[in-house]
Design a protein around this ligand. Sequence first.
Ligand SMILES: [Zn+2]
Ligand SMILES: [Zn+2]
Ligand SMILES: [Zn+2]
Length: 419
Amino acid sequence: MATLVDTTAALEATKLDDAAELKRQRLRDKKRRQRQKQKEKKRSLTERRDTPGKGQGLFATQSLEEGAIVARQPPALSVVFDAHSQTVCGFCFKPDTTDKKTIKLVKRDGKVGVVFADDEHGAAVVTRLSATGANSTADIKQGDVLIGVHGALVATTGQALEALRNAPAAFEAVFIRPSLLICRDCGRFATCKDCAEQGRHKWHAHECQLFQNLPSSSKRGETSPVRLLLRYRASADIGDWSTDKETIDEVRSLVTTKGGIDASTALALQKLTGVPSDVCSLLIGTIRGNAAAVFRNNHRVACALSAKVGYCNHSCAPNCSASVDADGKCVLTATTSVTKDEELTISYVDANQPVEQRRAILQEHYEFRCECVKCVKDSRALLKLKARSRGKEHLQNTSRLAREQYMHAHVKGGKSTGV
Ligand SMILES: [Zn+2]
Ligand SMILES: [Zn+2]
Ligand SMILES: [Zn+2]
């Protein structure tokens, strides 16, 4: 009996202990979450806030020096144009840098000491180089593709092996070192080695499948608008292709400047891509208003929609600039020093154009009249200039009038004033 009582008491005590421990644990978790939040807040240099007359804008949460990187992330949504879809990485826009090399090979006991396998195109890809082979010191790496043997082109592993067997004791071989992996299924997508290593080519399989399911008429001509919508859908279905990138949800919070497309087009796109028609319209409108062009080797190869850049309002005298760097990240850079709580702005137009031109473009494409400090100053200067030239004209006119009147009086009166 006593034992029983003791046990109950012990159990009660344990329960109390557990409850207390649980409470302490919860408190610790809460504190940890708060610390984490504070840390994140400290880390982020920007914050979205309401800005009078312009909806929301992006603001500096601390003072920034000129040249400071305000934000740098792969954009939320991007698409490579068809003409460049095999020569630019579909994730980070790295351009093709395939190297072609001619290497002198020698045979030892009839062998060159290189092991080949078929790649997905059936071509001869190097899998291994014999460490003790005759060509062990040659500049050949795993993944290189043999395309020429002793002056003859070889397209398949079979052809390559036969050509190697028939080659003389010493001969020239041509290897290429491909930098991009081209999707064999859609032919509209390439992945660079770095992105492939991170499993992104596998992610592409999802959007690729959606693309392949399209009717053939939709796969002709420029397909980038449809591929962009499919990429959006793939991201919504299976998640983003990287945890570092801006999320697809951030795009939804961008304000469209213009209704991109009419209702019937939006409905047709919904049928085609499975993306709701209002989202299609919003996305295309947002792309038209906010997307950044990506240039590689002087070509406009892709467009990228960055939420952070999209949050920035326009100014003809901006304190930030946006670009897509060599790693495919959208970079927002402070072009002047910025004080804490100052709004971060970029210019949507060439700010060196005359004020009337800038305002006309902004009105046409973004549907607002720019009243930035530069526009106000420039338009005042323009008004003054106009007034001055009108004044000059007026002066010229009145002086001519006076002269004529004077002459007229003289002729009439026939007198000299003696002046
Ligand atoms: Zn890449
Ligand atoms: Zn594909
Ligand atoms: Zn302006």
